[in-house]
Write a protein that binds this ligand. Structure first.
Ligand SMILES: CC(C)(COP(=O)(O)OP(=O)(O)OC[C@H]1O[C@@H](n2cnc3c(N)ncnc32)[C@H](O)[C@@H]1OP(=O)(O)O)[C@@H](O)C(=O)NCCC(=O)NCCS
Length: 178
């Protein structure tokens, strides 16, 4: 008989999550898929969490996924700053290596699209993903992201310049007047 999957809680980070964040993001399999560098520190993550704007009208969103009392992933939404692009935001996410392929990324993305579609007045979500990131491509397609083009030599990854796909998701049901 299959064990029921443990509950994944999506919430804002707390300063005490810093060590877990540094551990997840310090895994080469994880940071290689992002634009992060090796050797993240707990102190830097604590500072970042401490300085995250968390007021009730903050347009940025940063979330962690907790499962079984452990931080297993994180995701961020960064709204564009140009006035004419206020309807757009960039997103990024990471899941701990041993928690990948178990629905954590989907749980984080479900929270993000709910935030974007129903609360934060966002019409367009954008991201980049390396062309060989099969898990990332599958996750983003599942949530309605569409490839818009390929950046050649987008970033240096372990000594090799790799390509990245830019993807975007437009609001599937743009809000109407009631
Ligand atoms: C990319 C990443 C965020 C995906 O998160 P995840 O928790 O592994 O994703 P999920 O388990 O929710 O899977 C999402 C979908 O992708 C599919 N998928 C997962 N891994 C896959 C793989 N290796 N190949 C193909 N499809 C895959 C799943 O089947 C699932 O679809 P389904 O629900 O229809 O079955 C995670 O693997 C990760 O953090 N990787 C390292 C860092 C990174 O690359 N971040 C993204 C940068 S753009």
């Amino acid at each position: 008989m299959n064990e029921p999957r443990e509950v994944i809680t999506i919430r804002r980070p707390r300063p005490d999550d810093a060590a877990a964040m540094a551990e997840v993001m310090g895994d080469p399999q994880v940071f290689a898929g992002l634009l992060q560098l090796p050797y993240p520190t707990e102190a830097a993550w604590r500072k970042r969490i401490d300085e995250m704007p968390t007021g009730p009208n903050t347009p940025e969103l940063f979330l962690v996924a907790e499962r079984g009392g452990r931080i297993v992933g994180n995701a961020g939404v960064q709204p564009a700053t140009h006035v004419r692009r206020r309807h757009t935001a960039g997103i990024g996410m990471a899941v701990a290596r041993d928690a990948q392929g178990q629905g954590v990324g989907s749980a984080l993305m479900a929270a993000i699209v709910d935030w974007a579609d129903n609360w934060a007045q966002l019409l367009r979500l954008e991201l980049t993903v390396y062309t060989d990131n099969r898990a990332g491509l599958a996750l983003y397609r599942k949530f309605g992201f569409v490839a818009e083009g390929t950046h050649r030599a987008y970033a240096l990854r372990d000594g090799v310049y790799v390509d990245a796909v830019c993807m975007a998701r437009l609001h599937p049901r743009p809000p109407q007047l009631s």
